[in-house]
Design a protein around this ligand. Sequence first.
Ligand SMILES: [Mg+2]
Length: 419
Amino acid sequence: MKITDIKATTVTVPLEAPLRHANGCHWGRFVRTIVEVETDEGITGLGEMGGGGESAEAVFRAMKMRLIGHDPARLEEMRFLIANPTASLYNNRTQILAALEFACLDILGQKWNVPVSEILGGRLQDEIPFASYLFFRYPNAGDESGEVRNIEQLITHARELKNQYGFTSHKLKGGVFHPDYELEAYRALAEAFKAEGFARDRFRFDPNAVWSIEQAIRFGQSIEDINNDYLEDPVFGLSAMHRVREKVRMPLATNTVVIGFEQLAANVLNTGVDVILLDTTFWGGIRPCLKAAGICETFGLGVAVHSSGELGIQLATMLHLGAMLPNLTFAADAHYHHLADDIIEGGKFKYENGKLKVPTAPGLGVKLNQDRLKQYSELYKQLGSYPYDQDPLRPGWIPLVPNNRWADPTDARIPNIKI
Ligand SMILES: [Mg+2]
């Protein structure tokens, strides 16, 4: 089989409300680039990458020169063809490779009539538990709905998600407000659920690595009595994580400082992180995540499935990955439930008891809804990209690492974001 064409289409899909994070905000929508790889046997495979627009589409177009005529089964060779590690000094194409790997695996699964997870090791579980990924949120400009700023709003929102989707693990994304305020919020959330009879629910906190070591130690020591899965990226840098780990009695996790094999090796030799959050995009595909998981298994490190903001195609890669991991003992993360819609046939994946079923149809098990693709491609053309690392209400704000330029939790303004 040979690759005959590669198409890339950037879309923007609305979120239920703007999601705030340590570096800024998702301005009420995600921007993703959908990749379609066509073959001479009439099979088309799907891939997905974060961000996009003209530059992303141009990169995928440029890959055609290398990949037309390439056999999609030669995945390892494709790695060297487009992401040779020595050439990566000039062209870092890890995320491009990931999207193309997804598409090639999707092609192979369809050709061989098996789901992707059956190609790469086989399912160990049929469904994957997910955490309720809680964010502080700005209200929507139109009807002022969706705000999560004060603690009461946070608990109400978490309760709604738990009731709607059945989550029993709860992740709070912090790094927005002063750590003392977020500590109060995290503790209040855990205490509220305990008081409501959910004493076995699990919690995790992620300030996106913006604290000082001392702030991280103080926060970590103040939550040791909670059912924490882990504390995620409290500080930036492996050495800094190492220093926090000496003083805080709970696992530390990262999707920031161990996102490649060199870093994983460094972490094995001098461990600063206990749980590696595997991201099918950041690591360059599903297969590198499996390799990394094997190393983690050997050296006694934990793994979990990371979310870098996904539509249904990428979510399918996360589900196949999770299903194959013998050492997956944590609920996966997904931004997915914050989305208002998806570009796959049949609409959004549906949670049951906090879990999603691993697709069993051939390939990734998802198909493009061409109407939706067109609709959200048009919306992207209309709205363009948004500055992920900017806060719509604080123009000129430049967060530091470690940060001390926190947002004000009493600031109730509403950003005028068009969706
Ligand atoms: Mg994280």
